[in-house]
Design a protein around this ligand. Structure first.
Ligand code: MRU
Length: 347
């Protein structure tokens, strides 16, 4: 299991480690209302595409536990409304919608059963999503570890580790952790990842806990590191991958990929198939979340920018498929053209 407990179900609600406080405070919270879970997703107490999906699946269970409706149809309707509400928390990570759609399908499937059975069936489905996600992360980590040599220096962006996925390995970090477990000597340059510092606060923390060599850099040092340190790979996760392989991930991933091309370094994207949105032909259609200006204008309660400065704060960018050497998923390592290699796995 994870180095930390990330997401779990309790009788009173959805348990989470509050990721906004890490690494200095390991505080567990329980979201007992849909509003508090919505807020936890929005404010990144739980974050990372697969983790958002798993927490939302438990959110559907919470909606079922909280419903006071006695009529099975009205009950099912209320649970689905709860799912729709949670779906408004963040727009980019498709795992959120994937998990909620799966929970809504389960609601329909059991809609004629007594309420107690419906609640049990929903909890079982959320647990299945959770367990499958953990298995999938481990499988893709094993597949990706093969891409790294006996000694490798890599760079990663944001946090695509266990915290982002609700399990031990995660995705991009899972590839690194598995390679290290297989006896490979891996060094990782960790982009701090402005504005919310997921790399600095979470990735460095997870790698250090796992005993993998981690070197923290500011985002704007990546080019210099590529030029001077002889990197073997860029590895990051994904929030949504279009059918052609274009990949939305944390803001800064695109810049990293373009820099990598200039330096002849392969870019690997590690993500489960639940992150692939086959309904989108290209990354141009991926909705990009824009967040509050205060995240860029300062850090926590300290304002660094002038008052009233105009701010643009996109939380994600899209790396075109042409910059991606391979997509690592639970079915193995996929190579371009991704329309074909991904297309063969469409379910
Ligand atoms: O805004 P966040 O912290 O939720 O963004 C997370 C990322 O961009 C991750 O890199 C991505 O979700 C992949 S997580 C396995």
């Amino acid at each position: 299991m994870s180095q930390l407990r990330v997401i779990w179900w309790e009788e009173s609600g959805v348990g989470l480690i509050d990721q906004t406080l890490l690494p200095h405070e390991e505080k567990e919270i329980v979201c007992e209302t849909l509003e508090s879970l919505w807020e936890a997703i929005k404010s990144l107490r739980v974050r990372g595409a697969p983790a958002i999906g798993v927490s939302a699946a438990y959110g559907a269970v919470l909606a079922a536990m909280l419903s006071k409706k006695n009529d099975p149809k009205e009950f099912a309707e209320e649970v689905k409304q709860g799912c729709d509400y949670l779906a408004t928390s963040r727009p980019t990570a498709v795992n959120l919608f994937w998990a909620l759609d799966r929970m809504k399908r389960k609601v329909d499937e059991v809609a004629t059963q007594p309420l107690k059975d419906q609640r049990e069936a929903l909890l079982e489905e959320a647990r299945a999503i959770d367990v499958e996600n953990t298995e999938v992360c481990e499988r893709l980590s094993i597949a990706g570890a093969e891409l790294l040599g006996q000694q490798a220096q890599v760079i990663t962006h944001c946090n695509a580790g266990g915290l982002a996925c609700g399990n031990y390995y995660g995705t991009a970090l899972g590839v690194i952790l598995k390679a290290a477990e297989h006896g490979k000597k891996i060094g990782v340059y960790v982009d701090e990842t402005r504005p919310l510092l997921q790399g600095s606060r979470l990735t460095a923390f997870e790698l250090m806990k796992a005993g993998v060599e981690a070197t923290l850099i500011c985002d704007n040092m990546a080019g210099h590191v590529m030029k001077t340190k002889g990197l073997d790979a860029v590895i990051f996760g994904a929030d949504r991958i279009a059918a052609n392989g274009d990949t939305a991930n944390k803001i800064g991933s695109y810049s990293l990929a373009v820099l990598a091309k200039e330096h002849g370094i392969p870019v690997y994207v590690a993500a489960p198939l639940s992150t692939v949105d086959f309904s989108l032909a290209s990354g141009d259609e991926i909705p990009i979340e824009e967040r509050e200006s205060v995240e860029v204008a300062g850090w926590q309660t300290t304002r660094t920018a002038p008052a009233n400065v105009k701010v643009y704060n996109p939380a994600f960018d899209v790396t075109p498929a042409k910059y991606i050497a391979a997509i690592i998923c639970e079915e193995g390592v996929l190579y371009p053209p991704f329309e074909e290699s991904l297309g063969r796995l469409r379910r």
